[in-house]
Each structure stands twice: as structure tokens, then as C-alpha cells.
Design a protein around this ligand. Structure first.
Ligand SMILES: NC(=O)c1ccc[n+]([C@@H]2O[C@H](COP(=O)([O-])OP(=O)(O)OC[C@H]3O[C@@H](n4cnc5c(N)ncnc54)[C@H](O)[C@@H]3O)[C@@H](O)[C@H]2O)c1
Length: 331
């Protein structure tokens, strides 16, 4: 098997948006066309319902493409890893399997791929669902996922003029603002005192917190905004009910585990019929993206194993072509 560490992955372009945007476009279209297999992901929560929402290990298996690749991401998370252990919240490994024999062919460090594929989904969504030429991005939660979102968006969209950054730890927002200022001197990176202040300024709004308490109200959103609901629990239910279009990555994955869409379905106020589309249907051209400048659109990206396996597959192919990584004996 080929083992790819985080630095191997970075060495083949796994620390920049381009590889992910291309791999995700193909993977999400394959998903929309029924060419993927993706069982629902089980959550291992040792402390059960008493535990923090972000304390868990998730198993995310999928098969993508024909003959394609199979694989699984096994992603652990402890909300207090940064504060208590000086480590990133999430850690992961991805195993890829050859679908002919189902033997493992590669093991990859998974949290770099996970952060970049999440940012890649936002970039693809912004291509189709954000107002053309959008200038202002609002980020709430400036940890690993949030900062990768900003890095990827600035790589992909030259139209961005300002980023509005808020974190309940102001030092995290300041550190990201300083980095954006150094790397993109023409972009104004502003620390926002409150989440509301940031969100009200955004054409593209991206919450990346670890909250379980909704705080984003519908009237905070500008006309024409796209909200990519990366951390899932930040928006009040009314946002889904009042938005002009609600898009998900996968309906079955969104409608479970008492997440907000699932709560709305259980209450009888939202259904599959009210959903505008799954993102892959828009990428495949089967459903329209944004059609009006002033629509408010919400994307609820639960995060899919199909995305991880499509992206890990692209990294693996590049690493093989370029002779990067360490070969390990299975026996
Ligand atoms: N949808 C997806 O596909 C996907 C993929 C990966 C991660 N995520 C989610 O992204 C989130 C962020 O992950 P991370 O690894 O960056 O975590 P992290 O712990 O590194 O960063 C979270 C940041 O949010 C801040 N924060 C927490 N609650 C806040 C609040 N209420 N208001 C303002 N700031 C707040 C924290 O201070 C921290 O800086 C997690 O919830 C994770 O589950 C989603």
C-alpha cells in the first residue's frame, strides 16, 4: 500500500484548491447521476448525548466512479483538542480500496484532505450559487476549517475585495486577518466584533464554528447572499423556511441525526419537495443554480464520503505519477 503523510499530500498539490475543485466537480456529478455508493455514516459518540456535539469519531465509506475507487474516511474530533492538547480539533485517516479485489491500496492522512474538500465544496457552490462578481465574504469561526475556506476562496475568486472575520476568540480572527493581509495585500481583512456584524456584510457567508446553538437570523442576510452552512447548527430554522432556494449535498444525509433540516422535517414544516436541488444536480446542469441577483440561497453541506474518496483518489493518482509517498507491505 502507498502511505501518504500530510506533507506528501501537500507536495502533490493537496494544499491548494484546484485539485479539489476538479475532483469534487466530477465526484458530485457522479453522485447526482447515481454512480456512487454511499451508506449513511455512523457516529461513534463515547459520551452519548451528554457529550459535546463535536466529540465523536465518524466512519465515512463510499465508492465513486466506474471502476473507480472505494474507501473510507475515519475522522475523529474532540472540541477541546486545541485548548487542552494544543492539537487540531479533527484528525483522520483515509483508506482507499481497489474495487476489483477490495484490497486496500493506500492510506492517507485525512484531515488536510477533509479541510480542503470542505473548502472546495464552498468554492464550487459559490461558482453556481453566489452572486456573480461577489466582493464580500463573511466567516464566523476562524479555526482550521474556516481559515482553509478563506484561503481557497481567495485562490479561486479574484472578485473578493473584503473578508469579514469573527471568532469568539478574537485572537483567532486577528491571526487570520493578519495572514490574509500579508498574502493578499489588495484584500481588506476586517475583524468583526460580532457574528451579526460579519454576516450582515457578506455576499457569501460561511459559519465554521463548533456551536450547537443557532444564532444566525434570516434578517441578518443581505439580499443576494449565499450562505454555505458548513458547521450545520449555526442558523435558525427560519433561514431554511424563508430562503429563496435551499440546496443540500445529499438529502438523505441532511435529513437525519436531529440536524436542523431533520428537525424541520419532523415538525412538518420542510420536505424533499421544498428542496431546490442537491448540489451535484446543479453541477451536472440538471437543475438551475442562481437565477436572480437578489435571491437568498442556503447550501447545507453535511459533508460526504463521496467527496473525501473522490479527492483522496485524485491525490493518490498524482502521488503515484510523481513517485511520492512510502510503500508499506500488507503482509
Ligand atoms: N460540512 C462539512 O463538510 C464539514 C467538514 C469539516 C468540518 N466541518 C465543521 O466545521 C466546524 C469547524 O471545524 P474546525 O476544525 O475549524 O474547528 P476548530 O475548533 O479548529 O475551530 C472552530 C472555531 O470556531 C470558534 N467558535 C466556536 N463557537 C463559536 C461561536 N458560537 N461563535 C464564534 N466563534 C465560535 C472557535 O473559537 C474556533 O476558533 C466544525 O463544526 C466541523 O464539524 C464541517
Amino acid at each position: 500500500m502507498l502511505y501518504l503523510s500530510r506533507s506528501d499530500i501537500a507536495a502533490v498539490g493537496g494544499d491548494a484548491a484546484e485539485l479539489y475543485v476538479d475532483a469534487l466537480n466530477a465526484g458530485l456529478i457522479a453522485h447526482a447521476e447515481g454512480k456512487t455508493v454511499q451508506p449513511l455514516k455512523p457516529y461513534l459518540r463515547v459520551a452519548g448525548k451528554q457529550g459535546h456535539i463535536a466529540d465523536r469519531i465518524i466512519a465515512m465509506p463510499a465508492h465513486v466512479g466506474d471502476p473507480g475507487l472505494s474507501g473510507i474516511k475515519w475522522i475523529g474530533s474532540k472540541h477541546d483538542n486545541p485548548a487542552e492538547r494544543g492539537r487540531e480539533r479533527a484528525s483522520a485517516v483515509i483508506v482507499l480500496n481497489d474495487p476489483a479485489s477490495n484490497y486496500p491500496v493506500a492510506v492517507l492522512e485525512g484531515s488536510l484532505i477533509s479541510a480542503w474538500r470542505t473548502a472546495g465544496v464552498t468554492c464550487l457552490a459559490a461558482r453556481h450559487l453566489a452572486r456573480e462578481g461577489f466582493t464580500d465574504v463573511a466567516l464566523v469561526g476562524c479555526g482550521v476549517i474556516g481559515s482553509t475556506q478563506i484561503t481557497a476562496l481567495l485562490q479561486q475568486f479574484g472578485s473578493i475585495e473584503r473578508v469579514h472575520l469573527h471568532d469568539q476568540r478574537p485572537e483567532a480572527a486577528r491571526a487570520l486577518a493578519d495572514r490574509v493581509g500579508r498574502e493578499h495585500p489588495s484584500v481588506e481583512a476586517r475583524v468583526a466584533e460580532t457574528a451579526e456584524d460579519a454576516v450582515r456584510a457578506g455576499d457569501l457567508v460561511v459559519p465554521c464554528t463548533v456551536t450547537s446553538e443557532p444564532y444566525i437570523a434570516f434578517d441578518w442576510l443581505k439580499r443576494g447572499a449565499l450562505l454555505c452552512n458548513v458547521s450545520i447548527m449555526d442558523v435558525h430554522k427560519e433561514v431554511f423556511l424563508k430562503a429563496d432556494k435551499v440546496v443540500v449535498d445529499d438529502w438523505e444525509q441532511s435529513n437525519r441525526e436531529k440536524k436542523i433540516i431533520n428537525q424541520l422535517v419532523l415538525e412538518g414544516s420542510f420536505s424533499r419537495g421544498q428542496l431546490h436541488a442537491e448540489l451535484g444536480e446543479i453541477l451536472a446542469g440538471a437543475r438551475p443554480g442562481r437565477t436572480e441577483d437578489d435571491e437568498i440561497i442556503v447550501l447545507n453541506p453535511m459533508g460526504m464520503a463521496v467527496e473525501d474518496i473522490a479527492c483522496a483518489g485524485a491525490v493518490y493518482e498524482r502521488a503515484r505519477e510523481r513517485g511520492v509517498g512510502t510503500w508499506l507491505d500488507l503482509y
